[in-house]
Design a protein around this ligand. Structure first.
Ligand code: ATP
Length: 449
């Protein structure tokens, strides 16, 4: 199913226009806004609007459900964002997390040397030989804790959530009496002072990650690495991303981090081409050993059955929640001709859709909206439900299609007589008429969580 060769297959090329359509839809429908827009914007920061916050929450919930709720071998954690330098010394971020930077003296733009097609040519203005000497630049945000300016302790905003799991390895293992193989999962914000943020929410300085550190006996590491690569790819497919938009790309030996024994990226076909969606790495025992050395604490597992003591190896599937949200939107976006009009529809999996249901009274007449509100009241304990009374019913269906709402429930004048409503399904546009009393059961069957 996946193309692991790295070669482009004979699919149609990426669609750059799709990117603009998504950015436009995001702003127009309250999914994602540029941050601080009334002050001219704040580069590379975004605010998730009323629809986007719901979508993002659903992405994170779907991850948590699959990685924690449905498994008996993974527990959750929510570690702090601020951390002392010792963590980042041990992890290698203070020393190694540094990119070489060059400035173009002509157009004043800044670039990562290792990402340039030609190290002598500025990709912005096209001029040759205009770069300054490369300077090292640490990607972590540094700040100070404490009330006195300049006197407090130096702290860092975490550049990844992973270290929270490593430094809490012994706490969690003892508290929950866990035996490898077991995992610790975390979802939360990370911060990277990216030199070249861009492509909308693909690469930002503040973003959300969904990471699992899966601790295994050393001899089982390769088998668990394969397992997690397959499992993570399947997660995106199960949530509706077509298989041809996904692939697993193993890193070559010179591409991998020095401690990693194997890394594969789950890649998505963005409008500009293939790019990373998630990384799965076999991190060996590197992190636990480093933290044990730096902290002086024992970070190992003693197996009472075999009387064996060992440092577990770690398999890490590390995904971006905000980047995944973008991929889900790109994959779900569709347009089709319906009776001479173009219908835009987000074919989102119902688990991800910002609203699962919309209740639409056919007219604004009070006795109808009152009945419709009763229907709304029955649905809101179960799902996120929109309620919309403005404009024609056709326009309202289109609006819900554009948000990816799987079911619209229309309350019409006949409802007042027969207690029945019309349910319209987003993708097929097929309609069913059923009693209000049967509505929750009908939707429960189709929107199983
Ligand atoms: P990239 O090569 O795209 O910079 P990475 O390999 O450095 O990614 P990791 O550190 O492995 O990324 O982070 C795991 C995941 O977190 C990435 O696959 C991505 O989904 C997400 N992520 C990392 N950096 C960013 C960022 N600056 N903005 C948004 N998401 C990010």
């Amino acid at each position: 199913m996946t193309n692991t060769s790295g070669a482009e297959s004979e699919q149609p090329g990426p669609d750059p226009a799709l990117f603009d359509k998504i950015v436009n839809l995001c702003k127009r429908r309250g999914i994602v806004f540029g941050s601080a827009e009334i002050y001219g914007g704040f580069r590379s920061s975004y605010d998730y609007g009323p629809i986007g916050v719901q979508l993002l929450r659903n992405v994170k919930d779907a991850w948590w459900r699959s990685m924690v709720q449905l498994r008996s071998d993974v527990v959750g954690l929510d570690a702090s964002i601020l951390g002392p330098p010792q963590i980042w010394e041990a992890s290698g971020h203070l020393k190694n997390f540094t990119d070489p930077l060059v400035d173009c003296t002509d157009c004043k733009t800044r670039h990562r040397l290792d990402q340039l097609d030609d190290p002598d040519v500025c990709p912005m203005c096209g001029r040759r030989g205009t770069f300054t000497e490369a300077r090292a630049f640490n990607l972590m945000f540094r700040t100070r804790a404490g009330p006195v300016e300049g006197a407090g302790a130096e702290v860092y905003l975490r550049p990844e959530t992973a270290q929270g799991m490593f430094v809490n390895f012994a706490n969690v293992q003892r508290a929950c009496r866990l035996r490898p193989p077991f995992g610790i999962a975390q979802v939360g914000k990370s911060f990277l002072n990216e030199i070249t943020p861009g492509n909308f929410i693909f690469r930002t300085r503040e973003f959300e990650q969904m990471e699992l550190e899966f601790f295994v006996p050393p001899t089982e590491a390769s088998q668990w690495f394969e397992y997690w690569c397959a499992e993570r790819l399947r997660w995106y497919v199960d949530l509706g991303i077509p298989e041809e938009l996904l692939r697993l790309r193993p890193h070559g030996p010179d591409e991998r981090s020095h401690y990693s024994e194997a890394t594969s990226d789950v890649e998505f076909r963005y409008p500009w081409g293939w790019g990373e969606l998630e990384g799965v790495a076999n991190r060996t025992d590197y992190d636990l050993r480093r933290h044990a050395e730096h902290s002086g604490e024992k970070l190992e597992y003693f197996d009472p059955a075999t009387e064996e003591r060992y440092v577990p190896h770690v398999i890490e599937p590390a995904a971006g929640a905000t980047r995944a949200l973008m991929a889900f939107l790109l994959a779900a976006y569709d347009t089709e001709e319906v009776r001479g009009e173009t219908r835009t529809v987000l074919r989102l999996h119902h688990r991800l859709a910002p609203y699962q249901v919309a209740v639409l009274p056919l007219s604004k007449k009070e006795h109808l909206t009152e009945r419709a509100r009763e229907v709304l009241g029955r649905l809101v304990p179960h799902w996120m439900v929109d309620f919309d009374v403005t404009q024609s019913i056709g326009r309202r269906y289109r609006r819900q299609d554009e948000l990816g709402t799987p079911y619209c429930v229309t309350v019409d004048f006949e409802t007042l007589e027969d207690g029945a409503v019309t349910v319209r399904e987003r993708d097929s546009m097929a309609q069913d008429r059923l009693a209000i009393d049967d509505l929750v059961g009908y939707l429960q069957e189709r929107l199983a969580r």
